[in-house]
Design a binder for this molecule. Structure first.
Ligand code: IDP
Ligand code: MG
Length: 140
């Protein structure tokens, strides 16, 4: 067990429905601490760059359009095993498969508009955090 950081996005479907606080409460209840947070409206270039690993997937263009359809809240989360803990509280990508009590089960609209992003590894967390935050914007 070790303290680590992960990267989270509250997606446009959640900000549109005024669920920023409700989603953040779930993260905090799971033992994660928000050590950086800002509300932004991503550019197309930012969204394409952030989701670059999915460029060849059939849903890539729709995903980029969705992610720039409204504001998002980008966050750095800190805690014991933060990457795994965040993935657990997020729930499965498809809300139909998500466990009860997870963010996606409670709030997601669809497999695409699924309310949150979370890093899938510590390595990707570091890359994703650096994509949106300067070191001095993270206050643990
Ligand atoms: P994850 O967010 O659970 O890590 P990924 O496979 O990394 O899931 O996919 C990134 C995002 O792309 C998902 O959160 C979702 O918004 C979108 N997505 C994934 N699979 C599909 C799909 O089959 N159709 C439409 N959108 C999808
Ligand atoms: Mg992913």
């Amino acid at each position: 067990m070790s303290t680590e950081r992960t990267f989270s996005i509250i997606k446009p479907d959640a900000t549109r429905r005024n669920l920023t606080g409700a989603v953040t409460a779930k993260l905090e209840e799971a033992g994660l601490r928000v050590v950086a947070s800002k509300r932004i409206h991503m550019s197309k270039e930012q969204a394409e760059g952030f989701y670059g690993v999915h460029r060849e997937r059939p849903f890539f263009n729709d995903l980029v359009s969705f992610m720039i359809s409204g504001p998002v809240v980008v966050q750095v989360l800190e805690g014991e095993n933060a990457v795994l803990k965040n993935r657990e509280v997020m729930g499965a990508t498809n809300p139909a498969n998500a466990d009860a009590g997870t963010i996606r089960k409670e709030f997601a609209e669809s497999i695409e508009a699924n309310s949150v992003h979370g890093s899938d590894s510590a390595e990707n967390a570091a890359i994703e955090i650096a994509f949106f935050f300067k070191p001095e914007e993270i206050v643990g």
